[in-house]
Structure formats: structure tokens, C-alpha cells
Design a protein around this ligand. Structure first.
Ligand code: GDP
Ligand code: IMO
Ligand code: MG
Length: 426
């Protein structure tokens, strides 16, 4: 039996989906534990690309059951679209393949309108959200007015919840955000009642399922979304997502105790990217940044936005190791660095000449943050066909060894291309 948690170490899009798919060859359960369809997890198998947003990345392994735990925010309309997209490639997401926590919070159309309205209001100070209503849905959960999956199955209760929420959101949208959005409670209810029939067979008690799987000695992989530096508590606030992305939240969300966890695997790119606003100390605004974007095809899976690109930030990775309890790292996209004369590693930060070991929390200090770099020689060889560490050019081997030393964590794998077969265990 083993229970592992896979988390992003940087600002998301590290290749978590690809690694989860790789790790789930033998897994019985794959559990998504936070975020919603702001995530975009890409799997490439035999050249065929599948982009998942909500459905866990174990879905392409026929023997694996996938679960969405309570800490996820679920847009039911998007879920159905995703199920339909998978059906087109002959993946049947039936209730025996996917279970959804009864107590999962729903993202409803007014959440998207609030998300968009807020961003418009912030103008120059935008967070750069994915516009999927993630923050507003988590807000409703915390303020105890959210609508959960189980509420869909109680028509009278649902009706009063929808009426109250729609009235409040319409007032907020028009009077506070000044938008022209206006929702009809009756129409939304009609749609939700229709959805309820479809979704009912998927509803499950995730806490009981996971606990029983642990007792039965099954193999369980928890799949994180976003990345450590987007964590609502520990990330670069306010430029973060609205959930805890760190590993500890997997247990909170699934409703199990932390003693079940055997390992925490951190995924990071061999360089660094970020979508949306906020501090990014090792961002490269020059030609190297552009070359990383082009070579790494760094455009968002969900929104298509160009990702900001820069260098590997060891201080940030060390922070993620500490915050998540990461015991092993997988370095992705090593192939993207082929052709760079030198490869930079951010090793420390300074503010006014004084070394600091973390991105400071105050915006003023963040503006004065400088990065100390170590430059390593690059390599020219195409490494996409490499299948062993020893087949890597010497300078690529040295880079991984140096990342391991500086990050104070063990590298257990690396990847040299998007395909399942291009992930290499060390
Ligand atoms: P996730 O959100 O962490 O699952 O990552 P995304 O799927 O959003 O972004 C990672 C992107 O890089 C996807 O397009 C992957 O297909 C691609 N990718 C993953 N690993 C590698 C790799 O080792 N090399 C290259 N070139 N692309 C990769
Ligand atoms: P995966 O799982 C990269 C970013 C958004 C924005 C901030 C808040 O694919 O790694 P939100 O819509 O969550 O309120 O946006 O978080 N963001 C991501 N960036 N990868 C993701 O997910 C992200 N999910 C959210 O760009 O800056
Ligand atoms: Mg992604």
C-alpha cells in the first residue's frame, strides 16, 4: 500500500497531470483535492493530447477510480462538458470511474460573473484570475451560503438556497460591481434540477471511500492543482488562488487523518513560469524569457494566455519543500533547456544587500527583492529521446545534481517531453 500526494512546487503548470498519469499505472484511487476548472492538466499518450480540468489525471488508466474530494469547487456544467469531451475519445466517465464528494461546493453562473466583475473593477491591479468563478465559490463556502452537490438532491431546500443566492448576487453585481449581469432563480433551478438526475449516481462519501481504501492496503494518489506559490495562506498573496494548494490540505479535503500519507512528491519545471499578476523574482524579461516561452510552448491550457517565463528559483523550491513536506522532486521540461548557452539558477534573495531566505510578504519589500544567480553551462543536444539519467549530456546531469543540492530534496524523476514515455524514474 502507498499513499502519495502530488503537488506543484511553483506557480502551477509544472506538469502535475502528466506525472500523476505516470504514477497511476498501479493506482487504485486518484483523488483531486482542491481547485476547480481553473486547472488545466495535460496528458499526452502515444501522441494523443488530453487536457483535463476537473477530472483527475487517473482517468486514462482503465482500472483506476477517480474521486473529487470536498475541497474541490465543482462547476457542474463544465464537468458535463468534460465528460462529453472524454466520451469523444472513447473514455467513458461512468459513476464507477468517477465519484464526487456529496459535500463538494458548486460553482454556479453568478460566481463567474462576480469573478469577472471584480477583475474589471480592479483594472490595473487585476489578479489575472482564470475567470472560472473559483474565488467567489470558495467565498460562499466560507460564508456558509454555498450550494453543495447534496443540495441538488433535495428540491425544496435547493429552491430556497438558489432564490436567496441569486437575489444576493444580482444585488451585488448591479449595485456594487455595476455590471449588467442578472440571473433568474427560476431558470437556474430548472437547469440544476435537470443536472441533479445526471449527477446523482456520481455522488459518494469520499471520506469513507478513502478510509476503506487505506484499510484495504490500496494504492492512492492525491492530485494537487495550481502550485505552492499560489496557496491562499502561504503564496504570493493577494496574487494567489483561493484554496490551500499545499499537501496538508489533501487530508482536510478528503476527510482523513494525516498519518495515512507515505510520501509527498513535488513537481517543478527546470525553469519557472507564472500566469497572471504578482511577484516572480526570477522572471526573465529578455530574449531568454521569450525563448523559454517558445521552446516550452508556454501558453495557458485554460485561458491560452502567454505564461511569464524565467529561471529556476531554488529559494522558492526550498520553501515548497518545507511547506508541503516534500520528500521527492520530479523535474519536468528539461528538454526545453537544450540550446541555451547558460542555464541560470536563482540561489538566494537579497533586499538592500541583505540576504533573505523567502519572498517577503509585504509588497514594498517584494519590489526591492533581488535574486542571486548561479550560472551553469548549458547543452545543445536534443534530449527528448533520453530514457536514463546516464544518457543525459553531462551539463544536464550537473544541473539536476545542483538543483538537488540547492533544494535540499531528492530528485526521483525528470521528464524530457510531454509524452507519458518521456518521464524517467531515477
Ligand atoms: P499541470 O497543470 O501541472 O498539469 O501542467 P500543464 O499541463 O498545465 O502544463 C504543462 C505543459 O507542459 C503541458 O502542455 C504538457 O504537455 C507539457 N509538458 C509536460 N512535461 C513536459 C516535458 O518534460 N517537456 C515538454 N517539452 N513539455 C512537457
Ligand atoms: P494548474 O492546476 C497556473 C492562477 C491564475 C491567477 C491565479 C488566481 O493547471 O497548475 P483563479 O482563477 O484560481 O482565481 O486565479 O491563479 N492559476 C493558475 N496558474 N496553473 C493553474 O492550475 C492555475 N490555476 C489558477 O492564473 O494568477
Ligand atoms: Mg496547468
Amino acid at each position: 500500500m502507498s499513499v502519495s500526494i502530488v503537488v506543484g512546487v511553483q506557480w502551477g503548470d509544472e506538469g502535475k497531470g502528466k506525472v500523476v498519469d505516470y504514477l497511476t499505472e498501479q493506482a487504485d484511487l486518484v483523488v483531486r483535492f482542491q481547485g476547480g476548472n481553473n486547472a488545466g492538466h495535460t496528458l499526452v499518450i502515444d501522441g494523443q493530447k488530453t487536457a483535463l480540468q476537473l477530472i483527475p489525471s487517473g482517468i486514462l488508466r482503465p482500472g483506476t477510480r477517480c474521486l473529487l474530494a470536498s475541497g474541490v469547487v465543482l462547476n457542474p456544467f463544465s464537468l458535463i462538458e468534460e465528460i462529453d469531451r472524454l466520451a469523444e475519445i472513447n473514455v467513458a466517465v461512468t459513476p464507477d470511474r468517477l465519484g464526487i464528494a456529496n459535500n463538494v461546493q458548486l460553482i454556479l453562473p453568478y460566481h463567474l460573473a462576480v469573478d469577472r466583475g471584480r477583475e474589471a473593477e480592479l483594472a490595473g491591479g487585476k489578479i489575472g484570475t482564470t475567470g472560472k468563478g473559483i474565488g467567489p465559490a470558495y467565498e460562499d463556502a466560507v460564508s456558509r451560503c454555498g450550494i453543495r452537490l447534496c443540495d441538488l438532491f433535495d428540491a425544496r431546500h435547493l429552491s430556497s438556497l438558489v432564490e436567496r443566492n441569486v437575489a444576493q448576487k444580482n444585488a451585488y453585481l448591479s449595485r456594487v460591481l455595476g455590471t449588467s449581469d442578472c440571473f433568474s432563480a427560476a431558470e437556474l433551478l430548472l437547469e440544476l434540477n435537470r443536472l441533479a438526475e445526471f449527477l446523482r449516481p456520481y455522488a459518494t462519501d469520499v471520506s469513507i471511500e478513502v478510509s476503506e481504501a487505506v484499510k484495504a492496503g490500496k494504492e492512492i494518489v492525491f492530485e494537487g492543482a495550481q502550485g505552492c506559490l499560489l496557496d491562499i495562506s502561504h503564496g504570493t498573496y493577494p496574487f494567489v488562488t483561493s484554496s490551500n494548494t499545499v499537501a496538508a490540505y489533501a487530508c482536510v479535503s478528503a476527510g482523513v487523518g494525516p498519518q495515512i500519507v507515505d510520501s509527498v512528491v513535488g513537481i517543478c519545471k527546470a525553469y519557472c513560469t507564472r500566469v497572471g499578476s504578482g511577484p516572480f523574482p526570477t522572471e526573465d524579461f529578455g530574449v531568454d524569457g521569450q525563448n523559454l516561452r517558445e521552446a516550452g510552448r508556454e501558453f495557458g491550457t485554460v485561458t491560452g494566455r502567454p505564461r511569464r517565463c524565467g529561471w529556476f528559483d531554488t529559494a522558492a523550491v526550498k520553501k515548497a519543500v518545507r511547506l508541503n513536506g516534500i520528500d521527492s522532486l520530479v523535474i519536468t521540461k528539461l528538454d526545453v533547456l537544450s540550446g541555451f548557452k547558460k542555464v541560470r539558477l536563482g540561489t538566494a534573495y537579497t533586499i538592500d544587500g541583505v540576504e533573505v531566505n523567502d519572498i517577503p510578504v509585504s509588497p514594498d519589500a517584494q519590489d526591492r527583492l533581488q535574486v542571486v544567480y548561479e550560472d551553469l553551462p548549458g547543452w545543445d543536444e536534443d534530449i527528448t529521446a533520453v530514457r536514463k539519467f546516464s544518457e543525459l549530456p553531462l551539463n544536464a546531469q550537473k544541473l539536476l545534481t545542483r538543483i538537488e543540492e540547492l533544494s535540499e530534496s531528492r530528485i526521483v524523476g525528470f521528464s524530457v517531453g510531454p509524452d507519458r514515455v518521456q518521464t524517467i524514474r531515477m
